[in-house]
Write a protein that binds this ligand. Sequence first.
Ligand code: UD1
Ligand code: MG
Length: 452
Amino acid sequence: MVAVAILAAGKGTRMRSDLPKVLHLLGGRSLVERVLIGCSDLQPERQLVIVGYQANRVKEALLDYPDLEFVEQTQQLGTGHAVQQLLPYLADFQGDLLVLNGDVPLLRPETLKALLETHQQHQNAATILTAQIQNPQGYGRVFCDSSNLLKEIIEDRDCTATQRQNRRVNAGIYCFNWQKLQAVLPQLQSNNSQQEYYITDAVNFLSPVMVYDVADDREILGINDRRQLATAYQILQSRIKDYWMAAGVSIIDPDSVTIDDTVKIGVDAIIEPQTHLRGNTTIGSGSRIGPGSLIENSQVGNNVTLMYSVVVDSSIGDNANIGPFAHIRQQAQVGAACRVGNFVELKKSSLGDRTNVAHLSYLGDATIGTQVNIGAGTIAVNYDGKHKHQTTIGNFARIGSNNTLVAPLNIGAHATTAAGSTIVNDVPDDCLAIARSHQTIKPGWRPKWHQE
Ligand code: UD1
Ligand code: MG
């Protein structure tokens, strides 16, 4: 049996923030959520989160995970003190306890599995995840013998100058035989520079304790300040982009592109520079996205071309051609093979297949049929200052340039409106509507100042 405990009670003083450290976002998810997702593959019997600083806020942020048990650490007296709070909760538990720092968000599930396997195979009292890193500053240093049996862990601030030279560090991830840990937890002392109870001291009372070096030390980055948060984001990004490139997606200039790990991309898609794909977004195969685009919570079909545009909470059909400088938002739906061009904004509007809105238009709350042409500079006037109103336009309609369509309004199928019209009344099918003043010609007229 395996139980998981996540240490998430600390304030995170070094973040200099009102938000508890473990709730800071990394690529759209909080640090603690990333830790939880990292261990979900293990299917632990129990999952406990130790909360303290702004406990309710942390609990609220994890409402989507109903199986969690929250353990309150009312005073944050150190990582060892945090683990001591588990004693009443796990009094009858038998098995292994995985202890994870809530601020180490990049651990891969495979690493946790390997740690647990090593632990169980050697029947260790504890197994500690470690890494040998170039810049060990800030981490607890791990001292062990040639057969990877641990001697002690000394916190960075408690190390002598010589001890600080040791580049093997404690990742803050531990597997304990709970029965054995349970027996020694009450013995922890706080005689160190921080006057805290350290979980790392528990290993002094246990044997055998083995260390397990992680293969990729980027996984164990602990987030204590905003600089490390930014570094973690870069690591996460390169992981996500490497994954998609290996899966057949071209990313031109990956350093200028960001992709959330919730995004899905089809093969042979091309992601151009300065493009950002966020949230629940899918990009179909063969689509060319960017340069300079942001797509968030949106579904983009196959073979779409989209450049210098923003698409949020919307969908785009196959073979559509979007931009440059289109803004598509709030449940807008663009059909297949549509053209949405320069400086066009669509809000809560749908375009049927093969419909074009090519230039300088705003369409809000409009339902537009298939193969419609919307002339340049057309505005759907959807707002009377108090309420929003709907416009519908039938299939094959042709809206002239510079039209003002005052909603609520129905324009029929195959209807045509003349350029420069302000349409306030419904237009039936197969009609031409002209709604503009007649042109007046005054022969021989010049402005006074031009008269000689
Ligand atoms: C800890 C380890 C250090 C290791 C490093 C890896 C100890 C004493 N040191 O140091 O050896 O190299 O992690 O990242 O464990 N927390 C609580 N209650 C508390 C104190 C902390 O829940 O009373 C939580 C924090 O919210 C955080 C985690 O424990 O998620 C680690 O605390 P932090 O203060 O960041 O420890 P480090 O100094 O990083
Ligand atoms: Mg830390």
